[in-house]
Design a protein around this ligand. Structure first.
Ligand code: NG6
Ligand code: CA
Length: 504
């Protein structure tokens, strides 16, 4: 078949944009493209599709992220692979489906590294392409290869899986150890006060939320009854490292400072930064500057904080003169949840705000809001602002960045959607296998979503989120029925059989 339009087929490692014009003369047009851009992926933690003004939120104001959306591309059909953090981040960084391996579940803070250091990851591929690569923020993919000694060099971790620089929290902001780790070393650790971590038992004499609820500044609703740090009890137990423990209120500023320093230090060469925000994951403890800022309580306040920090970071890119040469993606690791274990009144104070947008479900769910998340791409001067209906997923960043930089695709399940990401094409993926974070898969193909029949309760009571489990197969047209109200399975047996084959 002859294609009668000009198509961007690739950007060579040389930085040349190669266009093939498939006219009858088969003329090859080569144009000088900008030099390879810096790449920044900003990943929020548990931010819903409906949490941002640019996706229709009216109760929470997110002017900075909205401005990024207005100056770039806003995807209506953007996905993470999984409805919880660890599997979702695994897919983002490796380009491999997490449901292929049943060890890939939400990890405790002392879990070993899930990524094989012998394999090239997305950041490793960018490193090979000559980029300086960095991560600032949440890791949650495990550290070390057995029992970690937190008082020595910790690894393998991000520095062995593609990152030249790493300033991380090991797991989540509600899990021990509550310290930052810079290139494998706990920041501010006093050797006279060594750190010990356990997910099995408490250390004698260390106060926990279970024993001393009256000492907590934020109560509990589920779990989180371990060691008390900064007046908040966590999952897991730790002892020592007193001076190194973080203060939740300052976390936003610490990560911003490190992210800014990274881009400033690497301003004169190509860089990749994975900026993994902790907001709005629980415990939701904003900087005092944002307390009360949303009118919706702590969850809303930390979203306003996240919006602020994105604004500050983008401002810094501009001040360094890097904005025109930096491709920025803003997205989230999984869908939203209100009560995720702390008594922060998120459900009551949420009012009429809809973090899940027009969709059903949320974090942990097979239903749409589990993995259908905000997805923005901006590259000022290179991407025409607009809205895209292309089907895009974080798992495809590996192959897309590989195409952008002229490298081999490191991700077995990753497909390049570069044309869609740059707004040159309305076509992204045709199909995707998504999961609920616990190995249960579903398929999205074109505008259809098929959820196989699964035994299990329809509602996760603790978090008040529909699981999507049903004895019936479910089939929905997401374009016309984003709220998944009209199950069309009984009319479309053939389509279901074909969609089942996509999971392999
Ligand atoms: C759950 C935690 C929840 C959160 C989640 C992981 C309880 C009751 N719930 O087990 O608070 O930490 O794990 O979230 O402990 S994620 O965004 O990192 O996947
Ligand atoms: Ca998350």
């Amino acid at each position: 078949m002859r294609i009668h339009f000009t198509q961007v087929v690739g950007i060579a490692a040389s930085g040349l944009l190669i266009q093939t014009s498939c006219t009858p003369k088969e003329k090859i047009v080569k144009t000088q493209a900008p030099k390879r851009p810096n790449i920044v992926v900003i990943l929020a933690d548990d931010l819903g599709y409906g949490d941002l003004g640019c996706y229709g939120a009216t109760k929470i104001k997110t002017p900075n992220i909205d401005r990024m959306a207005a100056g770039g591309l806003r995807f209506n059909h953007g996905y993470c692979t999984s409805a919880t953090s660890t599997p979702s981040r695994f897919a983002l960084l490796t380009g491999q489906y997490p449901w292929r391996n049943d060890r890939i579940r939400v990890l405790p803070g002392d879990a070993p590294l899930l990524i094989d250091p012998a394999k090239t990851t997305m950041p490793g591929m960018l490193h090979n392409a000559g980029y300086t690569t960095g991560i600032v923020g949440k890791w949650h993919l495990g550290l070390g290869s057995g029992q970690v000694d937190w008082n020595r060099q910790i690894g393998p971790g991000p520095n062995q899986t593609g990152f030249d620089y790493a300033y991380i929290m090991a797991a989540t902001n509600d899990r021990c150890p509550t310290v930052f780790i810079e290139n494998g070393t706990v920041v501010g650790l006093d050797p006279a006060d060594p750190i010990q971590v356990s997910y099995k038992q408490n250390f004698p004499g260390e106060p926990t939320g279970k024993e001393f609820p009256e000492r907590l500044k934020m109560g509990l609703s589920q779990g989180h009854a371990g060691t008390i740090v900064n007046g908040i009890s966590r999952i897991g137990f730790m002892k020592g490292g007193t001076k190194a423990r973080w203060t939740d209120e300052f976390m936003v500023d610490t990560f911003l400072l490190k992210a800014e320093k990274f881009i400033e230090n690497n301003r004169s060469k190509p860089f990749f930064l994975y900026y993994a925000l902790h907001e709005p994951h629980c415990p939701r403890v904003p900087s005092p500057r944002f307390v009360g800022s949303s009118g919706l309580g702590p969850r809303g306040d930390v979203i306003v904080e996240a919006d602020w920090v994105v604004g500050e970071f983008l401002k810094k890119l501009g001040q360094l003169g890097l904005d025109q040469n930096t491709l920025v993606i803003f997205t989230s690791d999984n869908g939203p949840v209100l009560d995720d274990g702390y008594a922060d009144q998120a459900a009551v104070l949420n009012g009429t705000h809809t973090p899940w947008g027009p969709m059903r479900g949320g974090k942990y769910s097979l239903l749409e809001a589990g993995t259908h998340i905000p997805f923005l791409v901006s590259w000022p001067g290179h991407i025409t602002p607009g809205v895209s209906d292309a089907l895009v997923c974080q798992i495809d960043l590996a192959a897309s960045f590989a195409e952008l930089t002229g490298q081999p695709n490191p991700g077995a399940d990753s497909q390049s959607i570069l044309g869609a990401l740059l707004g040159k094409s309305q076509l992204g993926r045709s199909s995707l296998v998504l999961d609920n974070g616990s190995g249960k898969t579903l398929v999205r193909e074109n505008e259809w979503v098929m959820i196989p029949a699964y035994p299990g309760v329809p509602l996760m009571k603790d978090v008040n989120i529909e699981t999507g489990f049903s004895p019936e197969i479910q089939l929905y047209n997401i374009k016309t029925d984003p709220g998944q109200r009209n199950n069309q399975a009984s009319k479309n047996h053939e389509m279901i059989e074909k969609m089942k084959l996509i999971i392999h």
